[in-house]
Design a protein around this ligand. Sequence first.
Ligand code: 3SK
Length: 517
Amino acid sequence: MSGTPFNAGTWLTTRQVAEGNGDAVALAGPEPLTYAELSERVATVAAGLRSLGLRHDDRIVFVTSDDVPMFTGILAAFTAGFVAVPVSTMLGARELGEIIADSGAVVVVAGTDYATQVEQAVAGAGELRHLICDGDKALLGPPGVLTSTWSELVAAGELQPADQREPAATTEDTWALWLYTSGTTGTPKGAMHRHANIRHVGETYGRTVLGIRPDDVCLSAAKLFFAYGIGNSMFFPLAVGASTLLEPRRPTPAIVGERLRRDRPTLFFGVPTFYAALVAGDLDDTAFAAVRLCVSAGEPLPAALQKRFTDRFGVEIIDGIGSTEALHIFLSNHPDRIRPGTTGQPVPGYEIELRDASGAVVAPGQPGSLFVRGESIALGYWRRTQASRLVFQGEWLSTGDTYVRSEDGFYTCLGRSGDMLKAGGIWVSPTEVEARLLEHEAVAEVAVVGLPDEYGIDKPVAVVVLRAPATEDELILWCRDGLASFKRPRHVLFVNEIPRTATGKMQRFRVREMVAL
Ligand code: 3SK
């Protein structure tokens, strides 16, 4: 083995025990576990996985709810030198099957709630040898695949000799985590992350932006199968000996309200759509009393929504942007330097460049494509050379977002690079028009896209979800008053829902389809 020895699994678990924090609470719920208990459990699961005869770098897919089996299973995969591949539980059998087959997974761990789609999905997974259900009853597997339950895996781990509980001799560069992403369109691609990437996000965003401390308790509305969620619920708290709360259910404002009341988290993580639902919901104004800071990512947090949330619940939100390929947030507001409507400044440990079409770095005030460089950038997409070459350019990651930087170094998102539209020959950022519309008290959600007029010239059109009555003319006038006139939407279409991905990101191509009808 060459390279610098490092194992993210032990760094997140037994390191705390070795440093004398074994009695501190790692998992605060649903099943509380101290760092000592978590480390024991992870070692047992690692031994159980080894008993299946896996080899280094074998992939283990998790299609499970956020709970102790998934949490310990991912940490055990890191510890034993296997690759954890947490996959969205919202996918249907076809997409799930593509990911399981593409990753070459040898083991699939499935939640009982997802039995039907997983049983269908594994039918074409040629390399699969074990299908493990996290409930009491084994699933139905295709011929040649051994099926068992999570308790049987744990029992097998308990019977293994002590050396099977030891961490694998991984290095900083060993694969640890593959995260599948399809962006807002396209087929899923597996972004391959090394053990060292996990440490990097903990030491950069976690420490320097969140300022996370051992007395923090984290609650994330984003699930462990998202890069955003696994950082929030696993990497940041465990990197400093803090506590995390897992929520197996699909988060709703009511469920979050219940956890806020009962478990009193100090850090809360959501996406703009979820903050909008919290503002529209009926939670008590004191619901966030124990929370010292909220975090938003996934897409830009409109300044008007940020203000409504903070006015109502009395806690600040810091907005940031990350990506599955960068593992977590690399550009963010800082709790001491929040500028609403912007994505803040580069997270220490990352460099940002805004480039024009020729690749030259643009001056402040000029829009450019956002590139980021830092130690947590993925190694590429598994078996996707063409897509990898476009996105991973040397040390730089091309994010596909268009941003502008102010003279004093704050970055504002103008949209995805293909989303900018020209009106009257001048570039218009859809997010700027959306931000203005969201300042209107009747507007709950909005998407702005370009629609060609009778001459084929793009004009801004707004698709709006209302929270109170408003007319098309009123909203157009509102934009004319608050923006340069050419940026105003020429039409407003009222809808019940804006199309979004599972992570809450707006699907502009589907919005375009809506307005084109
Ligand atoms: O979309 C984001 O902003 C994000 C943030 C953290 C981790 C992953 C992602 C995609």
